[in-house]
Design a protein around this ligand. Structure first.
Ligand code: 2P0
Length: 352
C-alpha cells in the first residue's frame, strides 16, 4: 500500500518594515508592503507532517500534540482547501494517472521547536510549514511565491517565511489578492554577516492579538494613513537598496525607525495599544547609546533593535559585534534561567 505523507519545516521571520493593517480581512491583503529577515532553520522553526489517506473521514490537525478544530471558513480550512485546489488544477487535471489526492482527507501534525507563548512569530512559521508540507505531499510544480499566496491567507506574515534571507511581501493592488505575494530580495548567502539576537523580555501571552489590534489601528489611527501613504513605500526602497549594497548603517536606521513608527501607530489607536514595557525601552536606550559610541569612534551604527507585537527585542548586528552586544545585554539585564535566547547565525533556509 502506498503511503502519501510529507514533512517540511519553515523558520520564523522578523520584520524590519512592519505589516500592520489589512485592507481585506478575509483574503488577508495588507495596507502596506513589508520586509523581513528569515531566521535560521536550525533555531526557531515549525515542522509539519501531512498525510493523505482515503480512509480518513475528515481533515484533522494537531499543534504541539493538541488537536485544533478546523472551522469551516476559517484560516486553516482556507489554506487546506486552496492547497487541494492547486493539487487538482496543477497535477490531477493534467495527468489522469495521478492518484486523486485532492479528494482524500488529510491529517496534519505540526510542532514548534520554541515556546508558542514566547511572543515570537509562531503563526508565520506554522502556516508556512503547513503550506510547504502539503505542497510536497501533492508534488505541486509551483513556485514559493505561488505558495506564499496561500500561506498569506493563513496568517499575513507567514507568506514571508516561505523564503530564506531577506524577503519582501508586496502588498499588491488586485482585489483578488493575486499579486499580494512574497519575493526574495536577497538570499542569506548575499549577506551572511547579519545576525539576530533574540532577547526574551517576557514570555507572557500578549494582551492584544495582532489580528484584532491591527484592525483597530486601521479604524482609528490617522497616523497609520500617513505611514501607509508616504512613509512605507520610501522605506521599502531604501532598505532594499541597503540590503543589496550591504549598507548596515542604513539598514539599521530604517529598521529602528520602522519599529518606532509601528509602536507609534499602536499608541495612536483608540483605545491605545502598548506592546513595549520598561525593559524593552531600556534595551532601546542601550542600543541607541551603543550606536552613538560607534559613530563617535568612526564605526557607524553597529546594532538595530526591532519589536513586534510584544515586549521582546530582536537585535540585528554584524557578526563582529554580536559578542560585545550580548555581553552588554547580559551585564545590564541579569538573566533568569532560560530567559534569554541567543540566536547566533539566525538565518537561512526557506520553507522548502
Ligand atoms: C510583521 N506583525 O510584519 C508584523 C509586525 C506584528 C508586528 O505580522 O492577522 O500574525 O495573522 O495576518 O501575521 C503579526 O501579524 O497577523 C505581524 P494576521 P500576523 O511581522
Amino acid at each position: 500500500m502506498t503511503v502519501y505523507q510529507a514533512t517540511a519545516s519553515a523558520p520564523v521571520n522578523i520584520a524590519c518594515i512592519k505589516y500592520w493593517g489589512k485592507r481585506d480581512t478575509k483574503l488577508i491583503l495588507p495596507t502596506n508592503s513589508s520586509l523581513s529577515v528569515t531566521l535560521d532553520q536550525d533555531h526557531l522553526r515549525s515542522t509539519t507532517t501531512s498525510r493523505a489517506d482515503p480512509s480518513f473521514t475528515h481533515d484533522r490537525l494537531w499543534l504541539n500534540g493538541k488537536e485544533e478544530e478546523i472551522k469551516e471558513g476559517g484560516r486553516l480550512w482556507t489554506c487546506i482547501r486552496e492547497m487541494k485546489r492547486l493539487r487538482k488544477e496543477e497535477v490531477e487535471d493534467k495527468s489522469s494517472s495521478e492518484p486523486k489526492l485532492s479528494t482524500y482527507n488529510v491529517h496534519i501534525c505540526s510542532h514548534n521547536n520554541f515556546p508558542t507563548a514566547a511572543g515570537l512569530a509562531s503563526s508565520a512559521s506554522g502556516f508556512a510549514a503547513l503550506v510547504s508540507s502539503l505542497s510536497h505531499l501533492y508534488s505541486l510544480p509551483v513556485s514559493s511565491s505561488t505558495l506564499s499566496l496561500i500561506a498569506r491567507q493563513g496568517s499575513g506574515s507567514a507568506c514571508r517565511s516561505l523564503f530564506g534571507g531577506f524577503v519582501a511581501w508586496q502588498m499588491g493592488s488586485n482585489p483578488s489578492g493575486s499579486d499580494s505575494l512574497a519575493l526574495q530580495i536577497a538570499p542569506q548567502s548575499h549577506w551572511p554577516d547579519i545576525h539576530a539576537l533574540i532577547c526574551i523580555v517576557s514570555d507572557d501571552k500578549k494582551g492584544t492579538s495582532s489580528t484584532s489590534g491591527m484592525q483597530r489601528t486601521v479604524e482609528t489611527s490617522s497616523l497609520l494613513h500617513h505611514r501607509i501613504k508616504t512613509v512605507v513605500p520610501h522605506r521599502m526602497e531604501t532598505i532594499s537598496k541597503a540590503i543589496q549594497e550591504k549598507d548596515f548603517d542604513t539598514f539599521a536606521k530604517v529598521t529602528m525607525a520602522d519599529s518606532n513608527q509601528f509602536h507609534a501607530v499602536a499608541l495612536d489607536t483608540e483605545p491605545p495599544i502598548f506592546y513595549l514595557n520598561d525593559v524593552s525601552r531600556a534595551i532601546i536606550a542601550l542600543v541607541v547609546e551603543y550606536n552613538r559610541l560607534g559613530v563617535e569612534e568612526g564605526k557607524g551604527y553597529r546594532a538595530a533593535y526591532t519589536y513586534d507585537a510584544g515586549p521582546n527585542a530582536v537585535i540585528y548586528a554584524k557578526k563582529e559585534n554580536v559578542k560585545e552586544i550580548l555581553e552588554l545585554v547580559v551585564e545590564y539585564f541579569p538573566q533568569r534561567e532560560g530567559a534569554f535566547k541567543d540566536a547566533f547565525g539566525l538565518f537561512g533556509g526557506g520553507g522548502k
